[in-house]
Design a protein. Structure first.
Lengths: 142, 91
């Protein structure tokens, strides 16, 4: 039963990874701690094993859809450990609660900008589509 | 946080940002899994137990995503971040 629950959450994690371009750890980690009795550190470490194939397959699918700038992605991936090192230094210098609040404020600011973008009435930047060019229907022009 | 960074700072479209983010995450997760494995925290069997349905899920998710507008992806992502922020703020 717990295996089934974990696998259902794993499936949901994969769907969210594909939809949003995230790793899916947001669901893999609770799946491991709730259903498979892992400690927090074991769950986070083990979730990486699930994230790797999910990200590789998701990336491969997105390459087929023409949605990947591969060299950008690989550079971001290779440089991110530097950010992790900086994060470790900062996180050891500040109390846990201050970090949580600071991170929450940061992601609320990002959320605000994403949501504002989502409701902007500006037309979508062109995506590859099979639609024909729009025909000018202005009756005055003919 | 890679997707918002690519969209808001570097002017990527949402679909491109999510695809490129997955490439970065594959590299990051592989490096981190190697490091955590060295500390003995990784349970490969259970990781693959979740990764297998995860692969099916990501195939579904990427297909679904092609039917969504970039705006819709930003909307869902923004709401997810609000949820995460609330979880962090609630003590």
């Amino acid at each position: 039963m717990s295996t089934v629950g974990a696998m259902v959450l794993g499936l949901a994690a994969g769907v969210s990874a594909g939809l949003l371009g995230i790793g899916g750890g947001i669901l893999f980690v609770p799946a491991l701690s709730i259903f498979l009795d892992k400690t927090q550190i074991q769950a986070e470490a083990t979730s990486l094993v699930a994230i790797v194939p999910v990200a590789v397959v998701g990336c491969w699918r997105q390459v087929q859809f023409g949605n990947v700038r591969l060299s950008d992605g690989l550079w971001i991936g290779l440089l991110s450990p530097l950010g992790v090192l900086a994060g470790v230094v900062v996180s050891n210098a500040l109390p846990q609660r201050a970090l949580e609040i600071a991170f929450a404020v940061l992601i609320l600011l990002v959320a605000y900008r994403l949501l504002r973008r989502a409701i902007q009435p500006v037309p979508e930047s062109p995506r590859p589509s099979s639609k024909e060019p729009s025909v000018d229907k202005d009756p005055m022009s003919s | 946080m890679i997707v918002p960074l690519l969209v808001l700072w570097l002017g990527y479209g949402e679909h491109e940002a999510t695809g490129t983010s997955l490439a970065a995450i594959a590299v990051i997760a592989a490096l981190a899994a190697g490091a955590q494995g060295a500390y003995g925290n990784v349970d490969v069997g259970n990781g693959l137990l979740l990764g297998a349905p995860g692969i099916v899920g990501v195939a579904i998710g990427t297909s679904l995503q092609q039917r969504l507008s970039g705006r819709a992806i930003s909307l869902i992502f923004g709401l997810l971040l609000v949820g995460v922020a609330l979880v962090l703020l609630i003590p």
